[in-house]
Design a protein around this ligand. Sequence first.
Ligand SMILES: C[S@@+](CC[C@H](N)C(=O)[O-])C[C@H]1O[C@@H](n2cnc3c(N)ncnc32)[C@H](O)[C@@H]1O
Length: 250
Amino acid sequence: MNISFQAVSKWETGSSYPDISVLPLLANIFQCDIDALLGYPVEQRKILDYDDRYKTDDYYWGTQPSNMCYEVMKICPPQRPLRLLDVACGEGKNAVFFARNGYNVTAFDAVELALDKGWKFAKQAGVEVNFFQANLLDFRLDNEFDIIFCSGALHYVPQELRQEIFENYQKHTSAGGLHALNVFVRKPFVKSPSNTKKGRYKWISGELFTYYADWLICSCDERIFDCFSGGIPHQHCMDTMYALKQTEDE
Ligand SMILES: C[S@@+](CC[C@H](N)C(=O)[O-])C[C@H]1O[C@@H](n2cnc3c(N)ncnc32)[C@H](O)[C@@H]1O
């Protein structure tokens, strides 16, 4: 950065601050946004972005389940009441689908408006989903699930929290249980608007699998797809993984 070590030392001791013009460079090096560098509580502001999307009566993410749900049903069919957790469930399209198909579903999201809509959707469908409000960054599990499902939300988790969150989720998964997860990954040749959005931390290609070295990876996949959200055509790259927890003697 062409900054003298004396200047850095002053930043470290708090006797001076970096010039405003170097903040973007610093944020880039630390893979965070400028608000985070300045100690501004980005997580709260960022989650509230969703309030606008969820205000209307229609379902922002639609009511059709994601394709991942069908894959979960193939790997862990609901032949007995399986306890499924939908992490950052949004308006509940996947949670309600699982409940309709006989899973015992718990689902959480940070945004209350999303949960209200999920609750209404479940009511219309005549099923029960245990919805609750929580922030994925600080909420940790203390009871067990057979399936943990998370679609479209793990890019809100900064790199330094991932190990801890996965350890907690893995510890609270039953033997033979399933994790079905997807993450947006960075590819230099895929330019998407969310590359620049604050509070989103894209993953490194393949990184997701590194947290599951001692699990059975049933399938993993990386795909580039077109997206039209926000009215601007762009692309994303996504890694999707289905992993089964193994016991010592398996
Ligand atoms: C792209 S949407 C996906 C919703 C849902 N999983 C689906 O597939 O329809 C991302 C969701 O993550 C939620 N979210 C973002 N940050 C969160 C956090 N820190 N804790 C819990 N939920 C969060 C948002 O409120 C939003 O509903």
